[in-house]
Design a protein around this ligand. Structure first.
Ligand code: ATP
Ligand code: MG
Length: 416
């Protein structure tokens, strides 16, 4: 788990702020679910063979003996809230977005943490291919607004549960002769959920994985209609995509359309965001059959990609400091505190200068602070109800200003 330091904050806020603005422009609404959920919410939905359930979930018992989990992903909690708050009786679909911390006992490496942050959206109560394309378009628009244009969209359809059963038989036949050379994980998956061999990180380059039959050849007529419509709508919106029959997604509740966005140069380990349709999920947590579709994007991964791009951070500035005070003498300290309060009330960011320093040392630290102005007061200014306002950029001009004109004076300078 890692700390997000003040230096990271501007970029973090830029990512979340941009994503929020774009999500709102598609009429999505923020939902905040708890970080801790009943473990069953994830155990019943993610599938025993998902990485999340088999090895990544933080599980614990509370004092009452209930089994809880730190949320490893957002969709199951949002679906739980949808059910619990009767959102099915609202006009459908319900359009939601979320962001916050998630927890996975992952192997730490660049862009992979045990506390990560995700931004995600869910469109619940709409089974149409149009809903799939709406959330993909929203995702692409967020990336575009962040300046991430060199991403590849890879799409696949995994049909419905019935489709997958037929496909699994074909996969088992295909993998059987190769079992000896596949990883231990894949050998276990061969028994429990053969589809997930395609999703194995260890065996990603294995010949048998690369030559596996495609699920697209096993889609039913209805699956095919959904899939064709998604392709046609993506074309209409000029969204370039590649069909990748090996995308099956880490979680077992997905149906039909599944996809990932990845930097063109990356080799499959740095997906910035991934999504899918999950028509079976709400039933799995005890609700009525309810379709849904959504995606989640790793905020740290987005930050890495933005700062890796030339000019990627342009427009992301740390909050600028407007003024720093230079308190001289004990009455000067009080005058400076008053001046700072007046400026903050007018919306300016002001740092209190450290009292007891020489003028020279105080001005040196004022210069280093990056503030536009130094507000200087000693005992004389305190008695006169004024401060000395010194411009720290450019001319270095210094004028005496009555306290009650100080905010107006800063505003004037910002214009001129
Ligand atoms: P991966 O195959 O990289 O493990 P995943 O299938 O586990 O990804 P999802 O569950 O789809 O990932 O999560 C959505 C997004 O969250 C990912 O595309 C990635 O950007 C981000 N993400 C996932 N795990 C981590 C992590 N441990 N640290 C940082 N970001 C992560
Ligand atoms: Mg993972």
């Amino acid at each position: 788990m890692h700390d997000l330091l003040p230096d990271d904050e501007a970029l973090f806020e830029h990512v979340v702020g941009t994503a929020t603005r774009v999500a709102r422009s598609f009429d999505y609404h923020l939902i905040r679910t708890p970080i801790v959920e009943d473990a069953g919410v994830f155990l019943r939905t993610a599938g025993d063979e998902s990485d999340i359930v088999s090895k990544e979930m933080y599980l614990f018992e509370d004092r009452g003996g209930d089994r809880l989990a730190l949320r490893p992903e957002g969709t199951a909690g949002v679906a739980r809230a949808y059910l619990e708050h009767g959102m099915a009786s609202r006009p459908q679909p319900v359009r939601l977005f979320y962001w916050g911390p998630f927890f996975r006992y992952d192997r730490p490496q660049a862009g992979r943490y045990r506390q990560l942050h995700q931004f995600g959206v869910e469109c619940i109560g709409d089974a149409s291919p149009e809903a799939d394309v709406e959330v993909i378009e929203l995702q692409r628009e967020i990336y575009r607004a962040l300046g991430l244009t060199d991403l590849v969209l890879r799409v696949n359809s995994i049909g419905t549960a019935a489709t997958r059963r037929a496909y699994e038989d074909a996969l088992r036949k295909h993998f059987e002769p190769h079992l000896a050379t596949l990883s231990a994980d894949s050998r276990r998956r061969f028994q429990t959920n053969v589809l997930r061999i395609l999703d194995s990180k260890e065996d990603a380059g294995h010949e048998a994985v690369r030559t596996a039959p495609s699920i697209l050849e096993h889609l039913s007529v209805e699956d095919m209609a959904h899939w064709d419509r998604v392709g046609a709508l993506l074309d209409d919106l000029d969204m370039a995509y590649e069909v990748d029959p090996r995308i099956v997604r880490g979680l077992d509740y997905y149906t039909h359309t599944v996809w990932e966005f990845e930097p063109r140069s990356a080799g499959g380990q740095s997906t910035v965001g991934a999504g899918g349709r999950y028509d079976g999920l709400i039933e799995a947590i005890g609700g009525p059959a309810t379709p849904g579709v959504g995606w989640a994007s790793g905020i740290e991964r987005l930050m890495l990609n933005i700062s890796g791009e030339p000019g990627g951070e342009s427009g992301v500035a740390t909050a600028a400091l407007d003024a720093i005070t230079v308190p001289l003498g004990s009455d000067g300290v009080r005058a400076c505190l008053r001046a700072a309060a007046v400026l903050r009330a007018a919306g300016y960011a002001v740092r209190n200068g450290t009292p007891g320093r020489s003028m020279r040392a105080a001005l040196r630290s004022a210069d280093a602070s990056g503030a536009r102005f130094a507000v200087i007061a000693g005992d004389r200014e305190a008695a006169a109800g004024t401060v000395q306002l010194k411009t720290l950029t450019g001319s270095g001009e210094q004028v005496e200003v009555p306290l009650d004109e100080l905010a107006a004076r800063l505003a004037e300078d910002a214009q001129g």
